[in-house]
Design a protein around this ligand. Structure first.
Ligand SMILES: Cc1ncc(COP(=O)(O)O)c(C=O)c1O
Length: 427
């Protein structure tokens, strides 16, 4: 019998490139037909054949309180009834800005935008505008959205500038982007020694979630902070993914390191398009209309999206929220590791707060190269076996996973049971 997912995928491809509106959704990495989702509730979503899955992508991060949480849905409905968009300021924008400044240790002022890409792109512009410098440093394996100067991979030499990773990005646009190895403190020291006074900013995912899950070592981030301060370089933490995921105050709270600017997204929109960049008030003062760095958005601070974000930010401050989230994520990763061991499959996992990484490798990777050396074929087979068993993992070996507050013991146990069967198929 033909699946409705197959029918929808064939139809989607007629009018949408590759049938999807964001590439990873197309299942290219794992093969097969993407599931078309019709509804979601709590830890589950359902596809076009009405098959239920335990969802471990959570819309790639935002769904931290679970799907369609009644409080969030009610806030959205109430806001929508008052009007969808005004193009003029609202009290809701002040309230969410106050909440973000309260929760994120380094943020004194914040500007709302509609996507993580916009947040990091604007943060870069701010750093360049404030320092009057052009060069930026990023790290291999970190993803910061799809702005031109960030779609770059390392050049041929250690301290040579990068090459575009996408067609359509002129070499000229990336000639100021230096790409270094994640967690390589020495390389960072060398780069600053060589050209520190020309570097506008360093941008980093302090917990990387776009090359599977890779934690920064404290030494790496501390060195980065020290060098940026010494050379007058702006330190940007891209916490679009890890912010409000690894801890209430984000990775900066976990590591006790204050960046100058932070990019946020995902959780602060609670499933609707809200992202932000914020930081030191003196730096944010360079933004228009106060200063010369231009940035704007028709739907920035949209009242319905802000209502979803604000109600989510309230829910994650309920007592025990992160203790529970962290415990459930650890239970999941420990259970999967145990199941793999019983089946004799080389596998390990890592978890921080509500984010996790699964690696078909003997040890938890600390760099892009180590992640790339893990066994992708085994992951792909595991992914499909889990999907068949009703568990939806990220459709790529190089993405992190997400647990929500609705993934209770029964849901975790069902996942581990499914994994026992999946690992047995791999052995
Ligand atoms: C760390 C990080 N930065 C930026 C982005 C871009 O955000 P968006 O997809 O909302 O543009 C992402 C998206 O996954 C991300 O994970």
């Amino acid at each position: 019998m033909t699946s409705n997912n197959d029918t929808l995928f064939a139809r989607a491809q007629l009018t949408t490139p590759g049938g999807v509106n964001s590439p990873v959704r197309a299942f290219r990495s794992v093969g097969g037909t993407p599931r078309f989702i019709t509804r979601a509730e709590g830890p589950y979503f359902w596809d076009a054949d009405d098959r239920r899955y335990i969802d471990y992508i959570g819309s790639w991060g935002p769904a931290i309180v679970g799907h369609a949480h009644p409080t969030v849905v009610k806030a959205v409905q109430d806001a929508a009834a008052r009007g969808l968009s005004f193009g003029a300021p609202t009290q809701g924008e002040i309230e969410i800005a106050e909440e973000i400044c309260k929760l994120v240790p380094s943020i004194e002022q914040v500007r709302l935008v509609s996507s993580g890409t916009e947040a990091t792109m604007s943060a870069l512009r701010l750093a360049r505008g404030a320092t009057g410098r052009d060069k930026i440093v990023k790290f291999e394996g970190c993803y910061h959205g799809h702005a031109d100067s960030l779609l770059v991979k390392a050049g041929s030499g250690l301290l040579t500038f990068g090459n575009p990773t996408s067609a359509g990005v002129p070499e000229d646009f990336v000639k100021h982007t230096l790409v270094l190895d994640y967690n390589n403190t020495q390389q960072l020291e060398d780069a600053f020694k060589d050209m520190g006074d020309q570097i506008a900013c360093v941008i980093v995912e302090p917990v990387a979630g776009n090359m599977n899950l890779v934690r920064a070592t404290p030494e790496f981030l501390q060195t980065m902070r020290r060098l940026c301060t010494q050379y007058g370089t702006v330190l940007i933490f891209d916490e679009v993914m890890c912010g409000f995921r690894v801890a209430l105050g984000g990775a900066q709270a976990l590591y006790g390191i204050k960046p100058d600017i932070t990019a946020l997204g995902k959780v602060i929109g609670g499933g609707l398009p809200v992202a932000a960049f914020g930081g030191r008030a003196d730096l944010m003062g360079h933004m228009a209309p106060l200063g010369p760095v231009y940035q704007a958005g028709t739907l920035s601070g949209n009242p319905v999206a802000v209502a979803a974000g604000m109600s989510t930010l309230k829910l994650i401050q309920e007592p025990g929220f992160y203790t529970n989230l962290t415990a459930q994520t650890s239970k999941l990763v420990n259970g999967l590791s145990q199941a793999a061991k019983e089946a004799g499959v080389t596998f390990c996992g890592d978890a921080i707060g509500g984010m996790f990484g699964l690696y078909f490798a003997a040890t938890v990777p600390g760099s892009y190269a180590a992640v790339m050396a893990s066994n992708k074929d085994l992951f792909n087979r595991f992914f499909h076996a889990m999907l068949d068993a009703g568990v939806y993992l990220a459709p790529s070996a190089f993405e992190a996973g997400f647990v929500s507050a609705q993934h209770d013991d029964a849901v975790i146990a069902a996942t581990i049971e499914a994994a026992r069967g999946a690992f047995a198929q791999l052995a």
